[in-house]
Ligand binder design. Structure first.
Ligand SMILES: [Fe+2]
Length: 181
């Protein structure tokens, strides 16, 4: 497939292509099950993922699947946002903390906070609103899959108080983030 945005090794390509195929030809559940197996035995993915000098890298994009490598910087709280499509985080190193929100009119209100240690797969439905953070000491290792073209999606990011929704733009996302405590 020609939809890779960067060079990645065969194990990473195989993971992305298998997840995409299972989602398109079978179901999201089949794709999630495959990711659960993959993160439980991550050696090949770890060795075939390049050493990126950046904590968020777009790996693959087409109409069905967007895949990002995300090594969340520790001790930063990122703002609540939606995806407008199913989103699945496959955590194969470290831990990722999710803060889940409920919708309250145009605003969102914090509901719960859960830390997922690797290996773990977190899947979020189309309407989910969450924020992520890495409360550990070192960047984590995750691949986030979005089942659609995330770059074209109409979706909101809120401020840290869950107010002032605006179209998600990555610059806004970074500007709204703040250190934990
Ligand atoms: Fe997200």
């Amino acid at each position: 497939m020609n939809d890779y945005e960067v060079e990645v090794g065969d194990a990473v390509k195989d993971l992305i292509e298998t997840v995409r195929r299972l989602y398109v030809e079978n179901s999201i559940d089949a794709a999630v099950d495959h990711l659960k197996e993959a993160v439980a035995n991550p050696a090949a993915i770890i060795s075939d993922m390049p050493d990126f000098d950046c904590d968020e890298v777009l790996l693959y994009l087409d109409d069905h699947v967007t895949a990002y490598y995300i090594a969340t910087t520790p001790q930063i709280l990122y703002p609540p946002h939606e995806h407008g499509m199913i989103a699945v985080s496959a955590i194969y190193g470290g831990a990722e903390t999710h803060i889940f929100y409920d919708r309250d009119g145009d605003d969102v209100v914090e509901r719960s906070q859960v830390t997922f240690d690797a290996p773990n797969v977190v899947d979020l439905d189309v309407n989910a609103v969450h924020a992520i953070s890495n409360l550990g000491e070192r960047p984590n290792q995750t691949i986030h899959f979005y089942f659609g073209d995330l770059e074209m999606a109409k979706r909101h990011v809120w401020d840290m108080d869950g107010k002032n929704p605006r179209q998600y733009v990555h610059e806004n996302y970074l500007n709204l983030s703040r250190p934990v405590n």
